[in-house]
Design a protein around this ligand. Structure first.
Ligand code: ARG
Length: 579
């Protein structure tokens, strides 16, 4: 709808330019906003105020001329001037009803695919395998998954890349520990966290062990078969821990999506050589660096991206450069989205700049760091266990489900045990995911079980419950969402408000896809649930006074139910038919 209005305004501007009212050559960004107060129409634009000056007119005068020049449109019933010169557009409810009627007949709820379909690489999750996944990996995993789902829904080809940290010096100590006690090590690996701690302790306590660890890193890098075997065994176990977490979270990631740091090993010397050939390398204290003038330290000196250490070792940035080249040139990505902690912003800015300068990526490949803030505890500091350790993701999910179980059982003690369990799972896991997804990606947020499990406010329980309310209408009727005939007529104010919001689903998804911001979809669904609630309270559905009215309201409810379910699915939340 906003696009339609923008186009109408554009046509009016062209006309006024042809008529000499507006000077030629103006290319204003036409802004159209949703009106907060429906008595002022459904959409508003400030275009007359923006262009009054170049037109040499008062804003209200220009607004009048614009209205006269607007081409007629079936979707708009009237346009009014308000205040200093706003244009208020009133949506035609017949046209809106027809649009929703088409959405009802469409599996995709009337959401069109992107105009120009892209290949999008999504870098997500990407934990380091030396340790067990902890809460720090939650955000990348679920925000990346939600955005990937939305892109897929809009028709893009999404290639998920789990850039796991499966290489590096810490593996020496882990392999040394594995080698030292092959028998007990296997069982110890069940708890990776403990295994890591045990290895670290040996490393710190024993000089001989530390030497052996360093020796093993060198052997591993040289491709020693026995070392590779141990390394593979370790990674297998660690990846199976990750897979368990993905399944618990309902995140679409599998072994096929893994392309870890080690996959780029063979390309690292070539990356450095290519930089040297382009004349981009400078040696500094024996290390190979690319200095970038546009990035300066506090003293105003250019900052380096180090690609090879004095001892010959390669770095995180070198691997990322190789990965960028692979994603652009081999995977032929139009966009590469990195869902990685905001604290790595500078790393990505610099690595992107080097990759561009070196020609590692096609000009048409967009590289976008989708940074996110930190998940904090109640104290406003990064989330930790009581004794200051990192919180294992799997423990956090266990606790969420336990709390949800107690909550649901308290409300519905008579539910059978297996149903209680599955509701607790959807509510508990959904609450953790939704609490995260509903915050602006770039801000920090505090993790709070009480708030996320509340049935009030912008939470998973509230939305899951709102969906079951719609579902229960149809259960009483004994029909599915798709089994309603009849025509949609938007009479009451609450019906119109709900309908107008339903019509915006596609636009919201487009914004999520473009900006990588799932909270926009959360806010939309929350709003929709609220509008459904006022509709439900004010417009009796099953008790409507005429059959036509009942059908119309059922249609509106069906579209709301389907939109909520689709929206929650795109966020990666499991919906329930009752709870
Ligand atoms: N393994 C890294 C970490 O845990 C994240 C990797 C993100 N992706 C990338 N291409 N650098 O910090």
């Amino acid at each position: 709808m906003k696009d339609t209005i923008r186009q109408l305004i554009q046509q009016a501007l062209t006309r006024l330019t042809d008529d000499g009212v507006l000077p030629a050559g103006l290319t204003p960004a036409i802004q159209v906003e949703n009106s907060k107060d429906k008595s002022h129409g459904d959409f508003a634009s400030n275009i007359a105020m923006m262009l009054a000056k170049p037109a040499g007119l008062k804003p209200r005068e220009l607004a009048e001329k614009l209205i006269a020049a607007l081409p007629p449109s079936a979707s708009i019933s009237k346009v009014e001037i308000a205040g200093p010169g706003f244009l208020n557009f009133f949506q035609n409810s017949d046209a809106l009803a027809q649009r929703l009627q088409r959405a009802l007949a469409d599996e995709r709820l009337g959401v069109r695919k992107h105009g120009d379909l892209q290949r999008v690489v999504v870098d997500l999750s990407s934990p380091n395998l030396a340790k067990e996944m902890h809460v720090g990996h939650l955000r990348s995993t679920i925000i990346g998954d939600a955005v990937a789902r939305v892109l897929e829904f809009l028709g893009d080809t999404v290639i998920r890349q789990n850039h796991v940290g499966d290489w590096g010096t810490q593996f020496g100590m882990l392999l040394a520990h594995l080698e030292e006690n092959p028998a007990s090590a296997e069982s110890e690996l069940a708890d990776l966290e403990q295994f890591y701690r045990a290895a670290k302790k040996r490393f710190d306590d024993s000089e001989a062990f530390a030497d052996r660890a360093r020796e093993l890193v060198v052997k591993l890098q040289a491709g020693d078969a026995e070392c590779l075997r141990l390394w593979q065994r370790f990674n297998e176990v660690s990846l199976s821990h990750c897979q368990e977490v993905y399944e618990r979270l309902g995140v679409r990631l599998s072994a096929d999506d893994i392309r870890g740091e080690s996959a780029y090993n063979d390309e690292l010397p070539g990356v450095v050589q290519a930089l040297r050939d382009k004349g981009l390398l400078t040696e500094s204290d024996g290390a190979q660096c690319v200095f970038l003038d546009e990035f300066k330290n506090a003293e105003g000196n250019p900052l380096p991206v180090i690609v090879q250490k004095a001892g010959g070792g390669y770095l995180y940035a070198t691997t990322d450069l190789a990965a960028m080249r692979y994603r652009s040139k081999v995977l032929e990505a139009d966009r590469v989205l990195y869902f990685v902690d905001q604290r790595q912003a500078l790393h990505f800015q610099m690595a992107f700049a080097v990759a561009r300068r070196a020609g590692f990526v096609h000009e048409g490949t967009d590289l976008e760091h989708m940074g996110f803030g930190t998940m904090n505890g109640a104290d406003g500091r990064p989330f930790k266990t009581r004794d200051g350790g990192t919180v294992k993701l799997i423990d956090l999910l266990d606790e969420a489900e336990q709390r949800a179980y107690a909550l649901v059982k308290g409300k519905n003690p008579e539910l059978p045990e297996d149903e209680l369990r599955s509701i607790a799972r959807a509510v508990g896991i959904g609450a953790v995911k939704y609490a995260d997804l509903s915050k602006h990606r770039t801000s920090d947020y505090s993790f709070n079980f009480e708030l996320m499990l509340s049935f009030e406010g912008n939470t998973a329980p509230y939305l899951l419950y709102a969906y079951t309310r719609v579902a229960s209408v149809f259960r009483k009727l004994g029909k599915g969402f798709a089994e309603i005939d009849g025509n949609l007529a938007l009479e009451a104010e609450q019906e119109q408000a709900l309908a107008a919001r339903l019509a915006q689903f596609g636009e919201v998804l487009g914004n999520v896809a473009e900006k990588g911001l799932p909270h926009l979809l959360c806010a939309y669904l929350y709003d929709l649930a609220g509008l459904f609630s006022s509709f439900y309270e004010n417009c009796p559905i099953l008790a409507a006074d005429t059959p036509a009215r009942q059908q119309s309201r059922l249609l509106l409810a069906a579209l709301t139910g389907r939109t909520l379910r689709q929206g929650l699915e795109l966020l990666g939340l499991e919906t329930l038919e009752r709870m």
